[in-house]
Ligand binder design. Structure first.
Ligand code: ADP
Ligand code: MG
Length: 613
């Protein structure tokens, strides 16, 4: 089917076509979709629906103030948050697939990982919330972060997107606060008292602050928090730009123990001291720290860290990130306690092996046709299509809808917040299983069951390059699922060719003919590993001083140290988990040879174990 897309014989064989260049084959363009995508759907930009819900107004459990220590169940809200009861348990994600992942840790205290949520010392209400979310087993980052946060240390956690970082901090933080909420939390009126006017809204005095880079992500974390806060005494709120601040002020005025915020809106509200104060703050989480520091938020950041009236000594700081560039390390050095713990899962920036990556050579002018052919030939399922600019997002959305007759929506930063939320909602709900978006808008977004990622445009070198590619394709193949990522490669993408080839090799994908020439000389394609993330070396170049004082960013040797400590501390708990399959994980490829660097210190200093989940 791909013969018409570009130069003959250059495309990688599509699965159903087996091998063989298709030189003389007639181009085959499917005339209609291979399956049912649902009704064509298009966002109506003229629609003004005043009743439409903002993400920030999602229902939360409201403590009525009279229940004693254990809040009663609320079946209606429960169904809203967790789904209908018979769909709930075990209906979560399929993590029966076993991964072996290298986890390494560093710091003055060894973290003994927990292998079950039941062993995490959770309050029964919290444990039930976790179970209702459909989480059977903690993910690797959760295994380490939950006990680390329980121990009260500052924490840096590095793990790939889709590895369950949100719950890794929400569960232990909220769980710890549950018992103390009455003592620590600010007074708040009951919803009833607010409605009758008997009491006035209060100033928000959160105990927990989660900062994240995008509005969509803020809403997503809020939605996760609404589940974990269910029947706890803790009330979550979210504030972000673009949506009416009046609604948000009203929300936080009803009491706010956990605040999720994007930096701009947060700083706005902090400036109005009668609405928000951080003086009670106990936990501060910076989520997607790498992304936050990439953008122009330095000033807001400085204000948040120093300007709030929180007492630094009372606050446990946590940075969560997919990669670990110099900017994040600097932030940690400036704000985290010197005895903070560090946990790192898998290899930084590397892509998952459970994503099948196809790179298809296409002439630029044939891209649209190729897209339609592709959409018509794949199984219908949630699909994200990445383009490189806003105009292209609009155009491709229109094209898919008008030409292809498929249900599609799109998102980019020029859209109003309402349009962005509607687009996400339609995509999540499956009303529009096709989402066309620019890269930035989609960072950190977690939507279940994204079957396919299509890079209609590959990222350019000055907009993220291969890192951006990794983030994008990471939207599929999340937790225990497999996914497919198809990328259209044109001659303009040549600057990316070398990195792309390396990623394909490292993640054990077929390198198509037209990229063969970029295979590094002498490389063993069956066991290839990319050199460590060189952005980590910036500080060394500048000061020569080790920013961590622990030899973290050593120039060579022992990336993730592989399995140095099999059966050692903590792992004895489940011999089965520690045995075998080292390096069969998410592109860690830790072979025996690579474990040798462990003695060199750094992240992997003798603590990496493979863990399954
Ligand atoms: P990250 O922040 O690392 O990109 P997320 O926190 O967004 O990852 O989680 C990715 C997905 O995995 C979410 O849909 C989340 O509900 C799900 N998830 C998290 N922890 C578990 C678990 N222990 N078991 C099953 N699914 C989980
Ligand atoms: Mg996340």
């Amino acid at each position: 089917m791909s013969a018409g897309w570009g130069t003959s014989g250059k495309q990688p064989a599509l699965p159903e076509q087996a091998a063989g260049p298709s030189t003389s084959e007639e181009p085959k363009h499917p005339a209609q979709p291979a399956g049912d995508w649902g009704q064509a759907f298009h966002y109506d930009y003229t629609e003004t629906d005043v009743d439409r819900q903002w993400g920030g107004n999602g229902a939360v459990y409201e403590w009525q103030g009279e229940e004693g220590d254990l809040a009663p169940e609320d079946p209606i809200l429960e169904a809203q948050l967790f789904g209908e009861p018979d769909m709930r348990f075990g209906a979560g994600l399929d993590i029966s697939k076993i991964y072996s992942i290298n986890v390494s840790q560093e710091g003055e205290k060894r973290i003994a990982p927990i292998f079950k949520f039941e062993a995490a010392g959770l309050h029964p209400v919290m444990l039930k919330n976790v179970q209702m979310c459909g989480y059977d087993t903690p993910t690797p980052i959760q295994k380490y972060c939950i006990p680390a946060i329980n121990m009260g240390y500052d924490l840096i956690a590095i793990a790939q997107t889709g590895s369950g970082k949100t719950a890794a901090y929400l569960i232990p933080i909220l769980n710890q606060l549950m018992g103390k909420a009455k003592k620590l939390a600010a007074y708040r009126p009951t919803p009833q008292q607010l409605i009758t006017g008997e009491k006035r809204p209060v100033r928000a005095e959160p105990l927990v602050l989660v900062i994240c880079p995008t509005r969509e992500l803020a809403i997503q974390i809020f939605n996760e928090a609404r589940k974990f806060c269910y029947r706890t005494m803790l009330r979550p709120c979210v504030v972000y730009g673009g949506a009416p601040i009046s609604d948000q002020i009203k929300q936080i005025g009803g009491g706010c123990d956990l605040l999720i915020a994007t930096p701009g809106r947060l700083v706005d509200l902090m400036a109005r001291g009668h609405l928000l104060t951080l003086r009670r703050l106990r936990y501060m989480v910076v989520d997607e720290a790498d992304e936050m520091l990439d953008t122009d938020w330095q000033q807001e950041f400085a204000e948040i860290f120093s300007g709030g009236d929180h007492e630094e000594d009372n606050v446990q700081y946590m940075l969560f990130s997919a990669t670990f560039p110099a900017a994040v390390r600097r932030l940690a050095r400036d704000h985290l306690a010197s005895n903070h713990l560090r946990v790192r899962v898998g290899r930084i920036g590397s892509t998952h092996e459970n994503i099948k990556q196809d790179i298809v050579y296409v002439k630029p002018e044939l891209k649209r046709g190729a897209l339609l052919d592709l959409l018509y030939s794949i199984e219908p399922g949630r699909t994200i299509i990445f383009v490189n600019n806003k105009r292209a997002a609009d155009e491709i959305d229109d094209f898919i809808y008008n030409k292809g007759g498929l249900p599609c929506t799109s998102m980019h930063s020029d859209r109003t917040q309402r349009e962005r939320e509607d687009a996400m909602r339609a995509f999540r709900a499956g009303k529009a299983p096709l989402l066309v978006t620019t890269g930035v808008s989609a960072r950190g977004i977690d939507v279940r069951n994204v079957k396919h990622v299509i890079n209609f445009d590959l990222p350019t070198m000055d907009h993220g390059g291969i890192q951006e590619y990794t983030h994008r394709i990471g939207r599929t193949g999340r937790i225990g699922h497999t996914g497919t990522a198809t990328s259209f490669y044109t001659d303009r993408d040549m600057p990316l060719a070398e990195d792309l080839t390396k990623i394909l090799m490292e993640t054990k994908q077929t390198v198509p003919d037209f990229l063969q020439e970029y295979i590094p000389e002498g490389a063993d394609p069956s066991n290839f590993k990319i050199e460590d993330d060189n952005s980590e070396d910036e500080d060394e170049a500048a000061g020569g001083e080790d920013p961590w004082g622990v030899g973290d960013s050593k120039p060579a040797g022992g990336d993730d140290a592989g399995v140095t400590d099999e059966g050692g501390w903590g792992t004895g708990a489940s011999a089965g988990e520690a045995s075998g399959t080292a390096g069969d994980g998410w592109g860690t490829g830790a072979s025996a040879g690579e474990t040798s660097g462990a003695a060199g210190g750094g992240w992997g200093a003798g603590s990496a174990i493979p863990s399954q989940w």
